[in-house]
Design a binder for this molecule. Structure first.
Ligand code: PMP
Length: 466
């Protein structure tokens, strides 16, 4: 191996051999990767909504990386902004009041564009760490208010909030907990707002939403409101199945939270910056959050950056107590990293100039319509759902009886693989048999048509095998 490492350029087989020998990949079968029984894809270049691998194959990226490359791949304007900043000043920290022009500019514009009454922005590098920060801010806020028992955080079944210790505990998918000693104590769970699976016979969306709100109320009362600090939710459930909320869900939930003085954390990691067709999911559903989590779309993944946006009523308590308790003792070497905030400003210039949320609204309406046309009524399709540029097809053994396929049939994974064999990347969601779409927001309507046609062809292929 050492001879290979000294060479400037490696051929494809050498890259794969090195990677199998030395990279520990996230969410990858370790044995399959190390021993070459699972596919290793070397991604080389990308432009717009397409990526190309080392073997010369081209794929439509129906998932924008991991719901993140919203403005598409290969935007030279962003690369140039990063390069210009790197030449001038690549890094300085933001501890003890140090700042840069790009950092101050980004904070100002985020507070101005964020939904609700927001006050300040704290920066991290991933959605997971930003949710970790938001949990700490909930605990800090209630300690400062003299309410040290008010600490539990309620998260939803099938919510996804990251894979670090607290964020991974807030995540409500057992796949992310098993064998990892998660969830940690202090995280409570409430029901997922998915009408298709959760509603009782004859229950309307509104009735189902009110029932979920009642269950939340009962949970808070049972635990004691004096012990519950916050509720966290994605405006549109993401990794748990790409599921828009049923009618009336968010207003009903917010009423319960207000009644019990429980903070609302809106996890906008996927929905932020246009994906639903509005700038934020909170704008789409009339959510008034106390804390907001953003990542992914803020830089369209050109460099890592995340943030917690802190609402006015929380921040006011923090500032008022600061003379007494001392400096805010939380932060990372790379909080507000100079290159990341420069990239974010360049990306947000594009988001605003090209009206990326407006594009997502128009192309998203076309995506939803095209998916319904291609998938409604297929004998293995239970539900076609989505909003804006996020959508899912739920495959079931019997749509009339709403029964799932046996997990060992791996229907979702097989359809995703069949799509990949045909040049389309979609995601087999980790829960159930679900094909997820979350393409770049700049994808054209023609590419949407191409994407949906491949997905339908892949589905028919697996359907015939079953
Ligand atoms: N929150 C949500 C809603 C997410 O979808 C994700 C990532 N898919 C995260 C948090 C975690 O972000 P990261 O992977 O950057 O830690």
């Amino acid at each position: 191996m050492s001879a290979v490492l000294r060479r400037n350029s490696l051929d494809l087989d050498e890259v794969i051999a090195l990677d199998r020998a030395a990279t520990l990949h996230p969410f990858t079968s370790l044995h399959g990767h190390a021993h070459g029984t699972a596919e290793t894809t070397v991604v080389e270049t990308a432009k717009g909504s397409r990526i190309r691998d080392g073997a010369g194959r081209e794929f439509i990226d129906g998932f924008a990386g991991l719901y993140c490359v919203n403005i598409g791949y290969g935007r030279t304007e962003v690369a140039e902004a990063i390069s210009a900043q790197a030449h001038k000043l690549a890094y300085y920290h933001s501890y003890a009041g140090h700042t840069t022009e790009q950092l101050a500019r980004l904070s100002g514009r985020l507070v101005a564009m964020a939904p609700g009454k927001m006050s300040k922005v704290f920066y991290g590098l991933s959605g997971s760490d930003a949710n970790e920060t938001n949990a700490k801010i909930v605990w800090y806020y209630n300690n400062l208010r003299g309410l040290p028992a008010k600490k539990k955080i309620i998260a939803r079944e099938r919510g996804y909030h990251g894979s670090s210790v607290v964020s991974g505990s807030m995540t409500g998918l057992s796949f992310y907990h098993d064998h990892m000693d998660l969830p940690r104590p202090g995280i409570l769970r409430t029901g997922v707002p998915h009408h298709y699976w959760g509603a009782e016979a004859g229950e309307s969306e509104e009735q189902f939403s009110l029932r979920r709100a009642r269950e939340l109320d009962e949970l808070i009362l049972c635990e004691g409101p004096e012990t519950v600090g916050a509720f966290i939710g994605e405006p549109v459930l993401g990794t748990g199945g790409i599921t828009p909320p049923p009618m009336g869900y968010w207003p009903a939930i917010q009423e319960v939270l207000r009644k019990h003085d429980v903070l609302l954390i809106a996890d906008e990691v996927i929905t932020g910056f246009g994906r639903t067709g509005a700038m934020f999911g909170c704008d789409m559903y009339g959510i008034e959050p106390d804390l907001i989590t953003i990542a992914k779309g803020i830089t369209s993944a050109y460099v890592p950056l995340s943030a917690s946006i802190v609402g006015a009523r929380v921040y006011e308590v923090m500032e008022n107590a600061s003379e007494k308790v001392g400096a805010f003792a939380h932060g990372y070497t790379y909080s507000g990293h100079t290159l990341a905030v420069a990239a974010a400003n360049a990306v947000l210039d594009i988001v605003e100039r090209e009206d990326i949320p407006g594009q997502a609204k128009t192309t998203g309406a076309h995506l939803q319509k095209t998916l319904h046309r291609a998938f409604d009524g297929l004998p293995i399709v239970g539900e076609v759902r989505g909003v804006g540029m996020m959508a899912a097809i739920e495959f079931v053994a019997d749509p009339a009886a709403r029964t799932r396929f046996a997990p060992e049939l791996k229907v979702g994974a097989r359809i995703a693989q069949a799509a990949r064999d045909r040049g389309l990347i979609v995601r087999a969601m980790p829960h159930g048999d679900i094909m997820g779409f979350s393409p770049p927001l700049v994808m054209s309507s023609q590419e949407v048509d191409e994407m949906v046609a491949i997905a339908a062809d892949a589905t028919r292929h697996v359907m015939n095998e079953l």
